[in-house]
Design a protein around this ligand. Structure first.
Ligand SMILES: [Zn+2]
Length: 401
């Protein structure tokens, strides 16, 4: 039996597409067991090595190219304040985020308005948006570990999930960055938000990893916490099916992210951007068709590269202990042969990564290792990593996986 509305049948596992609601999802890549907690950095190697694994079985919609882990178990992944998926330690991400704040403050009438930020992380973005736009904000995140309540920026923070009922203030603008793809029921979330908007003119901004990138590449960002994989086409489909209108959409951050600006009603002044069409969907279906082979090939390629570097007496390191890094290590260095894993976030230094147990070190420690090969997994940080290596006086080749 198949239940409509994007639910998975308990017996057969068949699931109707969450995005378009029209077709049963078709499995296409079985990634086996992967780390559940990419954003947890453990205090001891024992805890890190005992960190749980979860099954990743990707399935796609032949009609709209939506992709989902149909083996996802929401009970396996509970978010709390010990997790740190914060991207704001990187100058490249910070300046991108600042530019976004300027864009939204210029485009929407946010002065005195109420902005709801669902999945606000540690609140950097909402604080900056309230400050620049003169808005009031309310932010929710189970991972939020800062002071609870109002702060001088005009934002009020809660450590916990957004209640999505009459406990929320009437919001004029809703933002959610890098949270929507984590939801077990993304369609239900958008429907509930639309109901809460009611007859009011509410606008919003959603930002997710772009599956147009993730599924066309090695897929280091195909991680357990990401339940859904949206390209431009499937993101617009789910938004519009839930009763929102798409005002604009496009890629961001070297094509790795995708945004969509939405409205409860399209005002006369809003020019609807040209939405992704069948050609975009077909390109994504091609990426999906090649993904399983590409993923396996890339994993082997990086294992061999690390083998050769070690055999040549090199001490290769990985730069970046974020979720992409954790996934890369699990697939390409499960035995922990890299000399170090470096990260710019001081909260991660001296801590251990889930499942593989790699210890995270500061960039300064790298200068003492005699490394000739530095591996990064994120092309958007190539220049930033290169500049830091030069500052540290590390003469190593930078390879982006
Ligand atoms: Zn679909």
């Amino acid at each position: 039996m198949i239940r409509a509305g994007g639910r998975t049948d308990q017996l057969g596992g068949a699931r109707i597409c969450d995005a378009c609601g029209g077709t049963v999802l078709v499995p296409f890549a079985d990634l086996g067991e992967i780390p559940v907690f990419c954003g947890v950095h453990w205090g001891s190697p024992t805890e890190a090595l005992a960190s749980p694994l979860g099954t990743m079985l990707l399935a796609y919609c032949p009609d709209c190219a939506y992709v989902r882990n149909i083996a996802f178990d929401p009970a396996a992944l509970v978010y709390d304040t010990t997790m740190d998926t914060n991207l704001h330690h990187s100058p490249a991400f910070q300046s991108f985020s600042t530019e976004l704040v300027r864009h939204l403050a210029g485009r929407y009438p946010l002065r005195g308005a109420t902005v709801l930020d669902v999945g606000c992380g540690q609140g950097e973005f909402l604080r900056e948006l309230c400050h620049v736009a003169g808005a009031r904000g309310v932010g929710y995140d189970q991972m939020y570990a800062g002071p609870i309540g109002p702060d001088p920026s005009g934002a009020t923070f809660h450590s916990g999930p957004a209640p999505l009922d009459d406990r929320l203030p009437a919001f004029d603008f809703v933002t959610s960055r890098h949270w929507f793809e984590h939801l077990d029921d993304p369609y239900g979330f958008l429907v509930r938000l639309r109901e809460l908007a009611g007859d009011r003119p509410v606008h919003g901004y959603l930002e997710v990893p772009d599956a147009g990138y993730d599924l066309a590449t090695a897929g280091w960002e195909v991680i357990y916490p990401h339940v859904s994989y949206f390209d431009g086409h499937s993101l617009c489909r789910i938004v519009e099916r839930a009763g929102w209108r798409v005002v604009a959409t496009g890629p961001l951050f070297s094509g790795m992210f995708r945004y969509v600006e939405i409205a409860s009603k399209v005002p006369a002044s809003a020019v609807r951007a040209e939405l992704p069409g069948p050609a975009d969907r077909d390109r994504q279906l091609d990426s999906i068709a090649g993904f399983a082979d590409r993923h396996a090939t890339e994993r082997e390629r990086w294992r061999s590269l690390i083998d050769r570097a070690l055999a040549a007496g090199d001490r290769p390191v990985l730069w970046g202990a974020g979720s992409r890094g954790v996934q890369f290590l699990h697939l390409a260095d499960p035995a922990g042969r890299l000399a170090a894993v470096v990260d710019v976030n001081p909260r991660k230094w001296g801590r251990y990564l889930p499942v593989t147990g790699h210890r995270v070190t500061s960039p300064e420690e790298l200068a003492t290792l005699g490394t000739r090969t530095v591996i990064g997994t994120n092309p958007a940080y190539r220049n930033e990593i290169g500049a830091t290596l030069r500052e540290l006086g590390v003469e190593a080749e930078l390879l982006i996986a």
